[in-house]
Ligand binder design. Structure first.
Ligand code: HAM
Length: 422
């Protein structure tokens, strides 16, 4: 029979006890640490569906973005309605607030889940990937910009990320954006034929995105192009400098006037966190202010700022290590005593919820079970056979110290031993 494979760019994550450096393990640990950071910042969780009306993304992420143009996973459902696997989380959060009629309040929300983009897979770029995001809603420009960068610094610290750089920019008001785009078009139009193919299309539809070009010809032409910094009000430049001053002791912060981001909804402060350790796909986090999105989707005027981070990219960068708990491999020598031996394991588990007790479920020799316990990096093996059950003793063997003697313990002593483990 023909084998069934996972789809291109979509991977299985399977945690491994034996290999702590395995990407799946790192992904799960990253998620745990991120949730902790979000809690520390007093941010609440939101979960939205993975499937949404396709129009939600067309109207928010934007018709001219790469995401909507060519990367959406869109299908017709049984009712011939176009639905899309979410490529990002911000639009769904806003849709949810509008629907629940809570778009006039303030909210600090985080989410974590799979997103889908039909991209060309490579290291750090997948078609199904996991993102965590934070959205601060109902807050005008000001303190929340600082809060965003503070969260990024906490992520860099807790995940022990090497060589992080935060790039920041300000896109100004709609008026600033328009004046700058007019000047950019005026400068680029006479050289249109020298631009990259993608950039020619962007010139008509979304000239700001040309600043994000990967085309060397366009990059050369852009060297002498008007700069957004010349169009920004003094207050925006001041904010960029203040943010740089505040956080420079924690992380390298670069003001990058060509940073524009790939989604259409951004309005003011924008940022990206990158690390040279990632290779070509160097951004592990990105975000910015999007004050116009809620109104644009049919809700109230709602100032907002947010960011999202790629979990796999963070996991690739993370040097964090799991806080180790003591682990016991519980070995029942023969299935004939399963019920009575299992009672002991069940009882031990209720004594200490800070340790792991792994009851070996498969049949096999003591030798193979000890091999399993060692492979799983257990700290101790607790071994129970018929003789032990009869005498009320169990065998305890330390696996971290291979030279240690195995001990015979009375059940009550074992209970004390387990209760005191950390
Ligand atoms: P984004 O820059 O499109 O922003 O994605 C955020 C992060 O998701 C990226 O920096 C990257 O780490 C990760 N990512 C994106 N595409 C892929 C992929 N194909 N494979 C692996 N990782 C990927 C947003 O999604 C906005 N919603 C962020 C935001 C929230 N802005 C305001 N609020």
């Amino acid at each position: 029979m023909e084998k069934i494979h996972s789809l291109t760019g979509m991977m299985d994550l399977i945690s491994s006890k034996a290999d702590k450096e395995d990407l799946s393990n790192k992904v799960f640990l990253t998620e745990k640490l991120l949730k902790n950071i979000f809690e520390n910042f007093s941010i609440s969780e939101i979960r939205t569906p993975a499937l949404e009306d396709t129009n939600l993304f067309k109207r928010s992420v934007g018709d001219t973005s790469d995401i909507v143009n060519k990367e959406l996973y869109s299908f017709l459902d049984k009712n011939e309605k176009s639905i899309t696997l979410r490529p990002e989380g911000t639009a769904s959060v806003i849709r949810s607030l509008i629907e629940k009629k809570i778009d006039g309040d303030t909210h600090k929300l985080w989410y974590l889940g799979p997103m889908w983009r039909y991209e060309r897979p490579q290291k750090g770029r997948y078609r199904q990937f996991y993102q965590a995001g934070v959205e601060m809603l109902g807050y005008e420009e000001g303190i929340s910009e600082f809060e965003m960068i503070s969260i990024i610094c906490a992520i860099n610290r807790e995940l022990r990320i090497e060589n992080p750089v935060i790039k920041i920019n300000h896109l100004g008001s709609n008026e600033t954006k328009k004046n700058f785009c007019d000047a950019l078009i005026k400068y680029l139009k006479p050289m249109k034929s020298d631009l990259g193919e993608k950039d020619i299309a962007r010139l008509e539809k979304n000239p700001l995105r040309i600043l994000d070009t990967k085309d060397p010809n366009t990059q050369k032409i852009l060297e002498k192009a008007p700069k957004i910094s010349n169009f920004l009000p003094e207050s925006s430049i001041k904010m960029l400098n203040e943010i740089k001053d505040t956080f420079s002791k924690d992380c390298e912060i670069n003001i990058d006037y060509s940073l524009v981001r790939g989604l259409d909804y951004y309005t003011g402060f924008v940022f990206e966190a990158v690390s040279s350790n990632l290779g070509a796909q160097d951004a592990y986090l990105g975000g910015g202010r999007y004050d116009g999105l809620c109104k644009q989707l049919g809700g109230k005027e709602l100032p907002a700022i947010g960011m999202a981070m790629g979990i796999e990219r963070l996991a690739l960068l993370s040097n964090a290590v799991e806080q180790t708990k003591s682990s016991i491999s519980f070995i029942i020598i023969s299935s004939t005593i399963a019920a009575n031996a299992y009672k002991i394991a069940h009882d031990l588990r209720s004594l200490n919820n800070k340790i792991n007790i792994d009851v070996q479920l498969s049949e096999g020799s003591l030798k193979s079970k000890m091999r399993r316990a060692n492979k799983d990096n257990a700290d101790y093996a607790v071994i129970i056979g018929e003789d032990e059950l009869e005498s009320g003793d169990v065998i305890v063997k330390s696996l971290s110290d291979q030279n240690s003697e195995q001990l015979n313990m009375k059940l009550n002593d074992l209970r004390d031993f387990i209760s005191n483990l950390k």
